[in-house]
Design a protein around this ligand. Structure first.
Ligand SMILES: [Ca+2]
Length: 126
C-alpha cells in the first residue's frame, strides 16, 4: 500500500485569456484518482460571449445515478449559471455562456479512471 495514492491533488489555475485549451491531468492517458482541479477563466469583460467545445470526454460513470468523477463548467461572474456537469462519454459538445469569469472543475474519487477530457473555449465581444 502506497499512502501517496490517498493524498488528494488540489490545483487551482487562473486562465486570463479569451481563448484557450484545457485537458484533464495526464490526458490522453488516464487521469489520476483523488483529483480536484479548478481552472478559473477570466475573460476581463462581463459581456464576453464564450463558446466551450468539448472535443472528447471520457469520465468514469458510476453504477448509480450520481457521478463519482465529473467535469463541471459554470459561469461565476456574474454569478451563477451551471452550464454543464456530467460524467460518461461524449464528443464534440458545444456550450455557450456569457460573462467575466467561468470555472471549470474536474473531480475524481479514489478509484476507477478513464481518459478524461479535452476542451477549448473561444470568446467574442459581439
Ligand atoms: Ca473514479
Amino acid at each position: 500500500m502506497y499512502f501517496s495514492e490517498f493524498i488528494a491533488t488540489n490545483t487551482l489555475k487562473y486562465e486570463d485569456n479569451i481563448d484557450g485549451h484545457i485537458v484533464s491531468p495526464g490526458y490522453p492517458l488516464e487521469y489520476p484518482n483523488n483529483s480536484n482541479y479548478t481552472w478559473v477563466i477570466r475573460t476581463g469583460n462581463t459581456s464576453a460571449n464564450i463558446m466551450f467545445r468539448i472535443f472528447e470526454m471520457d469520465i468514469k460513470e458510476s453504477t448509480g445515478n450520481s457521478c463519482d468523477d465529473y467535469l463541471e463548467i459554470e459561469e461565476i461572474e456574474p454569478c451563477c449559471v451551471r452550464l454543464f456537469k456530467r460524467c460518461g462519454r461524449l464528443e464534440n459538445k458545444n456550450l455557450f455562456g456569457r460573462g467575466k469569469e467561468f470555472r471549470v472543475s474536474f473531480i475524481s474519487d479514489q478509484r476507477l479512471t478513464e481518459r478524461g477530457f479535452n476542451l477549448i473555449w473561444r470568446g467574442s465581444f459581439l
